[in-house]
Each structure stands twice: as C-alpha cells, then as structure tokens.
Design a protein around this ligand. Structure first.
Ligand code: NAP
Length: 343
C-alpha cells in the first residue's frame, strides 16, 4: 500500500511514471478505513490511500482522477463535474463507501459515462440505531444529565430533576420510509410507539406493521418525535423550514440523521429559540463540520453528533467491502451491484 505523505504531482495517466512501471490498475482511496479490504486489493491493483485525517483537497481529487482507474470515495468528498472532466479517458469508476451520494455530480457522471456506485443497506441498522439513540438521549436528557453530574450540581434526588418525555404511547413521525426510516420505525414499534410516516410512495409492508401513511404536514402536527430519513435532493433541500417547524408541537423533538440541508438551519435556530420544536437532535448539520462558534451550539435545546450515523465497526468495514465489490464488478466489465450514475 502507498500511504503517501504528500500529494503526487499532477500527471496525465499516460505520463504517469508509476503507471508505466506497474501495469496494474491504480486505485485512490480518499480515507483510511478500518478492516483489511484495502490491503487485499494490493495483489491486483496499485493502491494509494490518502494519509490525512481530513479529506483530500479538490485539486488532489482532480489529479488522482487524471491518474487513476478508480477512486473509492466517502460522502464528504466533493466529486463535482471538474473531477469527472479531469478523469475523462482515464477514470473507470467512482465507488462510494456510503449510501448518500449528494456529494457526487451524477449528471456529469452520466454525461461522461463514468460509473458511480454507492453502498446501500450495510449501514441501515447502524444509522437507525443512532437515530433512535438521539431520540432517547434528547427525550431523557442524557447529555444534560451527564453535564449536570460533571458540573458538580448533583446535590440531591429530586422529583422534578431533568424531567423528560416518555416514549411508550408517543407518536413518532418518520419522514422518508426507506431502508433506514423503516429500520428506525421498527425500533420505535418495539418501544410501543405509534408510527406515522410520509414517503413519496406507499410502502406495501408498512400497513402490516400498523404504520400509518400521512402527508408531511399531518406528520409534523401529530408527532411527538419527528425523524428525518430522506436523501438530500433538490426536492428535499430545506424540506423542513420555518413553515414546517411552526407546525410541530411545542415540545416535539426533531431528529436528523439524513443530511444537514434537509433542514433550513437559520429557520431551525429561530424556531428553537421559540421552543418549537422543543429539542433538535442532529447527527448531520449545515454546514458540516459545524464550527464550534456556530449559533446552533449556543442553544441549550440542541444535541449534535459529528455525522456518525453509520459509525459502528462492522458497518464501516462492510461499507468499504461493498465499494470494493462494485469496483471489482466494473473492472470485470460487469454491471456493478449498486450503480447510481454513469452505468
Ligand atoms: P432509501 O432506502 O433510498 O430511503 C430514502 C427514502 O426517502 C425513500 O423511502 C424515499 O421515498 C424517501 N424520500 C425521498 N424523497 C422524499 C421526499 N421528498 N419526501 C418524502 N420522502 C422522500 O435510503 P436509505 O438507505 O434509507 O438512506 C437515506 C438517507 O440517509 C441517505 O440518502 C443519506 O443521506 C442518509 N444517511 C445518513 C447517515 C448518517 O451517517 N447520518 C448514514 C446513512 C445514510 P420513495 O421510496 O417513495 O422514493
């Protein structure tokens, strides 16, 4: 494996000395991943792993697109038109180790015929777990409780200390009943919550669970907890803005593990100041990463985790494995298991 210390110079692939020395196809991996899957690629490919903790800059992505056959990306890498254009005639595929692909210009991939794949399914349970954990943490004020103890404020048991919301019997609204939304709804059902959902299409299995389909406004008005599970698209950008937030119950809890821009952040800040919703529990934010001096973090009724929805060890290993499976399929001239563009 080539864990480089500094970016290699920009060279078109036909002038790339490494490529001339080695006939093996080249792969650029934009992050170090847990597990052995990258190491196992080395028998057949020339593999370079970006050594930094933070993402490679866009000029590095363009350089590697011009030099490499494949790039294994994460949801934070900005794979825009310029990257595809740089890779024209060289790049044979982008395989993303994540399900959301809002960071990828799929129209450019289609136009230039460069396959893009994602990794759906293997992170469903991990992300649903985190959404559920955020919901319980906010409802039962777990993070506040920990801070209270650490601040030396725990002087007595008191009947009114850190009163929270009950889950049993409460109504939860699931916005986007896809893989993760449904897995989240199953967890809620296990806790005897009533499930409402909104989705573009009727979900055939939902009625058998007793989950009720309603329009977005009804879900927002009726739910004690609202959890977002849509992809980020032009249709869902700012799906939750002032008007929608104003429909929520004053003490409702909003959970977002989808994508930050599904919620209008400025509107959310204003609404939270008025206590509607009562609490926002966010794994994803806009912007991301959230600067430490961001106004959201000045509000006491906000709980934030750093986009760790899929971050349990087996899921992260599996995400990379799916990306590599897609890569192998493209390399073999076969249709990849999870194409999202360019195929
Ligand atoms: P999925 O199975 O495709 O589910 C997405 C659901 O959203 C579908 O049911 C879809 O409905 C629905 N939807 C799309 N547009 C909608 C709209 N305008 N209004 C209402 N519903 C809409 O995807 P998934 O695997 O569950 O993943 C969902 C998203 O979660 C990803 O795209 C990603 O952004 C996010 N995610 C975040 C993390 C994290 O770390 N926080 C981890 C994994 C995924 P139809 O079926 O009717 O089209």
């Amino acid at each position: 494996m080539h864990d480089i210390a500094a970016p290699r110079p920009l060279l078109p692939s036909h002038r790339n000395p490494l490529k001339n020395v080695s006939a093996r196809p080249r792969i650029f991996v934009t992050r170090k991943w847990p597990g052995n899957a990258v190491a196992e690629l080395e028998s057949d490919f020339e593999v370079e792993v970006w050594p930094e903790y933070t993402r490679p800059p866009i000029d590095v992505l363009r350089e590697r697109a011009a030099q490499c056959d494949y790039i294994i990306t994460t949801i934070e890498d900005p794979i825009d038109r310029s990257v595809f254009e740089a890779g024209k005639g060289v790049l044979r595929g982008i395989t993303q180790a994540g399900v959301g692909v809002d960071n990828v210009d799929r129209a450019a991939a289609d136009e230039l015929g460069i396959p893009v794949t994602n990794a759906p399914g293997v992170l469903t349970d991990a992300t649903a777990d985190l959404a559920f954990a955020l919901m319980v943490s906010a409802a039962r004020r777990i993070v506040e409780g920990d801070a209270y103890v650490r601040a030396g404020k725990w002087s007595s048991w008191h009947p009114s200390l850190l009163l929270g919301k009950a889950l049993k019997g409460a109504t939860v609204g699931v916005v986007g009943l896809g893989r993760i939304g449904a897995a989240f709804a199953e967890r809620c059902q296990g806790f005897h919550m009533r499930v409402l959902y909104t989705s573009r299409t009727e979900k055939p299995g939902a009625a058998a669970h007793g989950w009720i389909r309603a329009d977005l406004d009804t879900v927002l008005k009726d739910a004690d907890f609202v959890s977002l599970h849509t992809p980020l698209t032009e249709e869902t950008r700012h799906l939750i803005s002032s008007r929608e937030l104003a429909l929520m119950k004053p003490d409702a809890i909003l959970i977002n593990t989808a994508r930050g821009p599904v919620v209008n952040t400025d509107d959310l800040i204003q609404s939270l100041k008025q206590g509607r919703p009562g609490i926002a529990a966010l794994d994803v934010t806009d912007p991301e990463p959230l600067p430490v001096d961001h106004e959201l973090l000045t509000l006491p009724n906000v709980l934030v985790t750093p986009h760790i929805g899929s971050s349990d060890h087996p899921s992260r290993v599996a995400m990379l494995e799916v990306a590599i499976r897609n890569l192998h399929a493209i390399h073999a001239g076969e249709r990849p298991p999870s194409p999202v563009a360019g195929v």
